[in-house]
Design a protein around this ligand. Structure first.
Ligand SMILES: [Zn+2]
Ligand SMILES: [Zn+2]
Length: 686
């Protein structure tokens, strides 16, 4: 059996050799008896008895012309053959197919025919296909013109194409020459005219791509050229079209001759419109934009630009100044001098710019101006020397402005001094001088006062006040020291000092002053008395203690000899010093043999010590008093009086019998000690 389905499939695919292979060697029917070929009418199917009859003759039955044909009974093909051996199936040796559908048999016959054609004309057909595949229209035309493939239905479609190949060859030549001439509009025109022949061929592909590429380019170039050639030029349209098309039409042969001019014109327009778009403000930003958008080369022949050439030059000049400012600002200086120079330079440069000019370093320039002003201000305040507080304030402002380090020389010294004084000035000024009593005021002022304030201009009034306080303190210290040293003259001198008028002295000071005044009064009188040689008055006012206390006093030292003389005359005699009588019997002996002596003491002004001696009397009866030689001596102080009964025990020796007990006062006046007149208290052993 034959797989007709498979056959049909191969047939549809036009793979005729494969289709033939499906039926070859297979059977669909039975082999007929007798000769398989019969001659009959192809219309009425009447058989032919006449053995002389041939294919193509008239039918004896239906009388139709060209009716007789050979038919194969094994392969019942409906149209028949002109040749007795015409059955293509038999020629291919196919098995009988007389049970198959006649349509299928007809297809098998056509398959056999195709295979036969392929066997005989296949090579040429392949050549034609290759010619089309490679776009060789010339060869396709030749094959067509040879006619070798005519009548082969299977080749019909390609042969139909080949029929136009000669014409296509001419069209391709036209296209090629337009292309070579760079006439792309013509190229597109030719293509469009012959489009239907060209689109189906490989030979047209190259031009199809070119046409696709150039069709829009042509349109763009033509629009650009229209705008360019219009008088006057439509600038906006030109800019718009050029922006749209430039990249695609830059190499267009029609654009090339004017491309540079168009580009320049567009650039001028574009650059100029950007330039004039910049906002007109006096600012660095505006200047930078305008300068960067300015184009010498483009604008040299651009009318509107010529009018602003000087503006741009001015902008460049301003930017130069701004740049100089920046470069000066970028330099760092450690030394105050150069740093100040830099500020001046910055301010000077800033002054070259218009007042309302806005630029990035304007703040720095203003700050530099402010710093210079503050620096000047400090310099002025320092030079005036009116106030340390003003110096400090100026310095603080300067420091606050960030350039405290620029101060140098005299200003720096003044600032240091003022800073050192500042707090103390404040403290001093806060003392309510008028509300305090003088002592408290002095205390407060001196507590705050410091030598650093010497000459401080802010304290002109207080300074005097402080000096007074200082002097007063000095005086008081001197007073206290003099009091301790019993320097009565100094005490009185100090106390008399005008600065201490109404001064609230302490009780101790008051006592010292009053004592000193009295003492000085006494000394003054003493000196007068000494100078007068007034023995009586001298005796009245004599005070050994006072002389001792003031023995270093020049006025006493100078009168030393006179004083000693007066003491000898006015004080030494016992009737003058009160020692002229023994007291309560003088020498008392107890029953046990112990002896005690006592005597009347001299006036305390004269002496506080007495010398007690026991002396042997060579002449027991002699009235002459002598303290020499003695066997016992004791210096007795007045304090003995305060012990017991005031009597002095005497360690009597056995051999003292008959000796005199003698007492004499010792007058110590500092620069001399004078012995008083001896007084016999009694005789021992009587
Ligand atoms: Zn017939
Ligand atoms: Zn046959």
């Amino acid at each position: 059996m034959i797989n007709w389905k498979e056959f049909q499939a191969e047939y549809e695919l036009r793979d005729y050799r494969a289709a033939l292979a499906v039926v070859a060697g297979r059977i669909d029917g039975v082999a007929v008896d007798g000769p398989p070929r019969v001659l009959r009418c192809r219309f009425c199917e009447s058989g032919v008895e006449d053995r002389e009859a041939v294919a193509g003759e008239k039918c004896g039955g239906c009388t139709a012309d060209d009716a007789l044909r050979w038919f194969c009974r094994n392969h019942p093909e409906p149209d028949g053959f002109n040749d007795a051996n015409g059955c293509l199936c038999c020629r291919r040796g196919l098995m009988p197919l007389n049970k198959a559908d006649s349509d299928l048999v007809a297809k098998v016959v056509s398959v056999c025919l195709e295979v036969e054609m392929l066997d005989s004309k296949g090579t040429l057909f392949e050549e034609l296909k290759a010619a089309f595949r490679t776009g060789d229209e010339e060869r396709a035309a030749e094959i067509y013109e040879s006619g070798d493939l005519s009548g082969w239905a299977g080749a019909g479609q390609l042969v139909g194409l080949a029929k136009d190949s000669r014409k296509v060859v001419d069209v391709l030549e036209e296209l090629e020459s337009a292309l070579k001439a760079g006439e792309f509009s013509l190229l597109v025109k030719i293509w469009d005219r012959h489009r239907k022949h060209l689109v189906v061929r490989t030979s047209g592909e190259r031009y199809r791509d070119l046409v696709e590429e150039w069709r829009p380019k042509n349109a763009g170039a033509s629009q650009v050229l229209d705008a360019w050639r219009r008088q006057p030029i439509d600038e906006d349209l030109l800019v718009k079209l050029w922006g749209e098309w430039r990249d695609r039409v830059a190499d267009h042969p029609e654009i090339l001759p004017v491309r540079q001019q168009v580009q320049r014109r567009v650039d001028q327009q574009v650059y100029w419109s950007r330039f004039v778009d910049v906002e007109q403000v006096a600012s660095q930003e505006t200047d930078e934009q305008r300068v960067s958008l300015w184009n010498d080369e483009l604008f040299e022949d651009w009318g509107p630009a010529r009018a602003v050439v000087s503006d741009v030059a001015a902008a460049r000049q301003r930017l130069g100044v701004v740049e100089s400012i920046r470069s000066v600002l970028e330099v760092e200086f450690d030394e105050p001098g150069p740093a100040t120079d830099r500020l001046q330079q910055v301010v000077q440069l800033g002054g070259q710019l218009p007042g309302d000019y806005v630029y990035r370093d304007v703040g720095a320039v203003e700050s530099a101006a402010r710093q210079l002003e503050l620096l000047d201000q400090l310099g002025r305040v320092v030079q005036e020397g009116h106030s340390d507080l003003a110096v400090v304030a100026a310095w603080r402002s300067l420091e606050g402005s960030g350039c405290g380090n620029l101060v140098e020389g005299a200003s720096e010294e003044a600032v240091q001094r003022a800073l050192a004084r500042e707090e103390l000035i404040g403290l001093l000024l806060s003392v309510p001088v008028d509300d305090l009593d003088v002592q408290e005021c002095d205390r407060r002022l001196l507590e705050i006062w410091d030598p650093v304030l010497e000459g401080c201009p802010d304290l002109e009034v207080l300074q005097g006040r402080c000096e007074l306080a200082g002097q007063r303190r000095q005086l008081l210290e001197t007073l206290d020291a003099a009091g301790r040293d019993s320097d009565v003259s100094l005490v009185t001198t100090v106390a008399e000092n005008q600065l201490l008028d109404h001064w609230p002295f302490t009780a101790v000071q008051e006592a010292a002053i009053s004592t000193a005044r009295m003492e000085v009064g006494c000394l003054d009188e003493l000196e007068l008395v000494v100078d007068r040689g007034d023995v009586e008055r001298f005796a009245e006012i004599f005070d050994a203690g006072r002389l001792r206390r003031h023995m270093g006093r020049d006025s006493l030292e100078a009168r030393r000899d006179q004083i000693v003389e007066l003491v000898a005359a006015a004080v030494v005699p016992n009737h003058r010093n009160g020692l002229d009588r023994p007291f309560m019997g003088g020498v008392k002996s107890s029953e046990g043999g112990a002896v005690r002596v006592n005597w009347a003491w001299p006036d305390p002004r004269v002496s506080d010590t007495c010398r007690l001696r026991v002396c042997r009397q060579p002449e027991a009866t002699s009235k002459t008093l002598s303290t020499e030689p003695y066997v016992f001596e004791a210096i007795v102080h007045r304090s003995v009086l305060e012990l017991g009964d005031g009597a002095q025990p005497l360690p009597v020796q056995a051999d003292w019998k008959g000796c005199q007990v003698i007492v004499q006062c010792l007058v110590d006046i500092g620069f001399a000690t004078l012995d008083g007149e001896p007084l016999v208290l009694g005789i021992l052993g009587e």
